[in-house]
Ligand binder design. Structure first.
Ligand SMILES: N[C@@H](CCC[C@H](NC(=O)CCC(=O)O)C(=O)O)C(=O)O
Length: 351
């Protein structure tokens, strides 16, 4: 098994993490490697839950801060192994979010006597359905490991600035029905794939809302991410499923988001697969760290586990290296300057 040297420079550590592939569901080797490295640090007690690793100090400080990063990545896109070019580390997960994980590991190794107690969480399956998420499992099985923090810092890519709150997600299928027929006598049937064009057009015409909360403008999004139809090459399809992904502002509940989607497609069956709340920015609760970092918070458009911490009553924010708009792209990278800046700023705040 590869060993991680947590005393090494954050750039080398980021590259080592990228070079240990860990698509969602396949994090075991990376989790083993992270666990082994953390167990070598006498000031941390380490627990393993599935393929997630939690490491905590127990110094009796009056306040505890939690720093978390997910170990998984989206599927590879010909972007391995890592490479260092133009002042950035390139490769699968470099931006989302092995750069952030490297910063957190460096902090775990280099702060034996911090001003606050610290909890580090490196977890599995963030990029997939919520019930597979490692933090979901920890919250269900060992809430004591994470619910005593006053603040949680998610090292999600946020351009080395603070992104507050996060938007909710709703995934659903819109079902378009037709009638089967032999394609040689297509006029006897109704082609559901053709009728689906009306749904796609409505989605294309839709102008997503912009919602301002605490001075931050959250941009909603609604679009098709898959279209499925087809019985056989000589059959007029009687069903077409259009899968939509709706990103809704954090002041809407999942129920409200669902009602809005159903209202927009009243004449169709809408099958909701998953609807997860976002998190309000909560700027008053994160002001201490935001002021110390000297940054102006921006809104987080992607869903992150700040929502889970908000539900647990723990104040949380996104602060990590990498441009979030590069997340999930084949060309993702993380600038070396962001890695160094995030590490240094967090270290001086925690020290
Ligand atoms: N359980 C969720 C998981 C999706 C999480 C993912 N988050 C990010 O990509 C954060 C990076 C960013 O945009 O800043 C997402 O928003 O898709 C699910 O249901 O898909």
């Amino acid at each position: 098994m590869t060993s991680l040297d947590l005393t090494a420079d954050v750039v080398g550590l980021t590259r080592a993490l990228v070079d240990l592939p860990s698509e969602s569901g396949q994090e075991a080797l990376l989790a083993d490697t992270v666990e082994e490295a953390l167990r070598g640090l006498a000031h941390l007690s380490v627990e393993r839950i599935g393929n997630s690793v939690v490491a905590r100090t127990a110094l009796g400080r009056p306040r505890r801060t939690l720093i978390a990063g997910h170990l998984d990545t989206v599927p590879a896109a010909g972007n391995l192994p890592s490479r260092l070019a133009d002042g950035s580390v390139h490769g699968l997960g470099a931006c989302d979010m092995k750069g952030g994980v490297a910063v957190a590991l460096r902090l775990a190794a280099s702060l034996p006597d911090p001003a606050q107690d610290l909890t580090f969480v490196f977890y599995e399956c963030e990029e997939v359905e919520g019930d597979r998420n490692g933090l979901h499992r920890i919250a269900a099985e060992r809430p004591d490991l994470i619910d005593d923090a006053a603040l949680a810092i998610l090292m999600e890519p946020s351009d080395a600035g603070v992104e507050a709150g996060c938007q909710g997600i709703l995934n659903a299928d819109i079902v378009v029905r037709g009638e089967r027929a032999h394609t040689a006598r297509a006029w006897k049937g109704v082609n559901a794939a053709h009728k689906a064009a009306r749904v796609l057009q409505r989605l294309d015409d839709h102008a997503p809302e912009r919602v301002v909360i605490d001075g931050l403008e959250y941009r909603e999004g609604l679009g098709a991410v898959a279209v499925r139809a087809g019985v056989a090459g000589n059959v007029v399809p009687d069903e077409c499923l259009i899968t939509v992904n709706y990103r809704f502002a954090p002041n809407r509940s999942p129920e409200e988001a669902e009602a809005r989607l159903r209202g927009m497609f009243q004449e169709y069956e809408v099958r909701v697969a998953e609807a997860v709340a976002g998190a309000l920015p909560g700027l008053d609760r994160i002001a201490g760290l935001v002021d110390a970092l000297g940054v102006r918070p921006r809104p987080k458009f992607g869903w992150t586990d700040v929502a889970r911490f908000a539900a647990l009553g723990v104040a949380a924010l996104n602060y990590g290296p990498g441009d979030p708009s590069l997340a999930h792209t084949a060309g993702e990278y993380v600038p070396v300057a962001h890695l160094r800046e995030c590490e240094e700023r967090l270290r001086s705040w925690l020290r």
